[in-house]
Design a protein around this ligand. Structure first.
Ligand code: UGA
Length: 439
């Protein structure tokens, strides 16, 4: 069995490392952040993600070890997965500095070994990065030739927050982008050993592998902006409901039912960043995609539409306090990166609105951003009490349970359901609006 090294124990790296270690592979995880490393050593997952704690406690100090020593860890391993972050720069382009730094260090280790090691780029990187940035760095530092002396491939990751472990255990597709057959053979053997039966598997060029990741996320983001565009038309037509329309068009196998949930727009650490990164990359090639620019624009505008819906409801109020239900970018996570709630709250504060917020998990992260500018409530009823409008921004299960009666403690019972968690037909007794529901 090949020995595996995972560099960067963030969300993807931790999930990958613990799942691979759970299948009896020997895995070393490299992490340079001392606090994060200590937490992991003490069996504490440094972020919230279902099941990762269970996989960590089952493997740590058995098949899974962690270290801050990259050179030693790479030296002892056969397959090295690079899982470091590729954040956005202020102009939207992709910051490759972590990938470059890690590859420099990996290259110096390759110089010292006779073994044929395979370097796998798991981080999301723009097309051409593997061949035109990573390969020259590795070759320069190692003074060796890729394909002949060491292997190199791009292996994009498709897992989602909230179901990362299950996605890793049951991928819908494994993509390996590499120039050489030896690397493809090693990776096929690795994935055959990892899964009881090999999932759908695609061997292709590094450029295609890089593009597949961006195209995948860009398509899903576009599907969301598409349904949000339909929702915004529905809002203007009495009798129209985007939920019914999404369900109907989703029956067409050419469209499919998933990612057609209208809402306040997509957030999270991936879609906004990858869309900006891809747009920046494609414009550097001389192509400004009008479609993907619109996907981005519709998404930006969607948060503004939610704010407009709230402000319209508050038009005649002297006092303006809004309760916000849901802060995380989606349910079952405490992640608020690019969450619509951060944009809506900031904009309402600019409009002199007082804010009370509730979220089952994301309050500590939200507090780091808004500190004492807003009021935090542990309970939904506390959050609703004496407010003038409520907006629902995340689809947490408990919000589906709310009835018109639950809004009675509000000063004025006005609700904007931006996530479509409530049944509009049951909200006749209150001033109720929902994204994509024409009144
Ligand atoms: C996304 C992709 O789904 C993963 O396949 C990919 O691997 C990952 O990005 C990544 O590039 O790392 P994730 O960001 O965890 O995963 O979350 P999603 O479940 O895709 O949701 C993204 C956003 O879209 C959320 O704000 C969600 O509420 C929103 N969304 C999703 C909608 O508004 N409507 C939908 O129908 C679906």
């Amino acid at each position: 069995m090949p020995k595996v090294c995972v560099i960067g124990l963030g969300f993807v790296g931790m999930t990958m490392a613990t799942v691979v270690a759970s299948k009896e592979f020997s895995v070393v995880g490299v992490e340079t952040n001392p606090e994060r490393l200590d937490n992991i050593k003490n069996c504490k997952v440094p972020f919230f993600e279902p099941k990762v704690d269970e996989f960590l406690s089952n493997t740590i100090n058995k098949t899974f070890h962690v270290s801050d020593n990259l050179s030693e860890s790479v030296f002892k391993s056969d397959i090295i997965f690079v899982c470091v972050g590729t954040p956005s720069k202020s102009d939207g382009s992709v910051d490759l500095s972590y990938v470059k730094q890690v590859c420099k260090e990996v290259g110096t280790v390759l110089k010292e070994t006779e073994d044929f090691k395979v370097v796998v780029i798991k981080s999301t990187v723009p097309p051409l990065t593997t061949n035109q940035t990573v390969k020259p760095i590795l070759e320069k530092e190692s003074q060796k030739k890729a394909e002949k002396d060491f292997g190199l491939c791009m292996n994009p990751e498709f897992l989602k927050e909230g179901s990362a472990i299950d996605d890793m255990l049951h991928p819908h597709l494994v993509v390996i982008g590499s120039e050489d057959e030896k690397t493809q053979d090693i990776m096929r053997q690795f994935y055959t050993g990892l899964y009881d039966s090999l999932p759908e598997y695609l061997e292709t060029t590094p450029e295609n592998a890089e593009l597949i990741k961006y195209a995948n996320n860009a398509f899903l983001a576009t599907k969301i902006s598409f349904i949000n565009s339909i929702a915004n038309v529905c809002n203007r037509i009495k009798g129209a409901d985007v939920e019914t329309i999404a369900k109907a068009i989703g029956k067409d196998p050419r469209i499919g039912p998933l990612f057609l949930k209208a809402g306040p727009g997509f957030g999270g650490s991936c879609f906004p960043k990858d869309l900006a990164g891809f747009l920046s990359f494609s414009s550097s090639l001389g192509y400004n995609s009008p479609l993907l620019e619109s996907t981005q624009l519709v998404n930006k505008r969607q948060a503004e539409i939610v704010v407009d819906m709230i402000l319209q409801k508050l038009d005649d109020s002297d006092r303006k306090t809004v309760s916000v239900l849901g802060l995380a970018f989606k349910k079952n996570t405490d992640d608020i990166r690019e969450s619509v709630a951060t944009k809506v709250v900031e904009s309402l504060l600019q409009n002199n609105v007082d804010i009370k917020v509730h979220d089952p998990m994301a309050i500590p992260n939200f507090r780091k951003v808004f500190s004492d500018r807003i009021t935090y409530s542990e309970r939904i009823d506390d959050c609703l009490k004496d407010t003038d409008c409520c907006v629902i921004l995340t689809d947490w299960d408990e919000y589906f349970e709310l009835s018109a009666n639950d809004f009675k403690s509000m000063r004025s019972q006005r609700v904007v359901d931006a996530r479509r968690v409530l049944d509009p037909k049951k909200m006749n007794s209150i001033d109720f609006s929902a994204i994509g529901y024409g009144l």
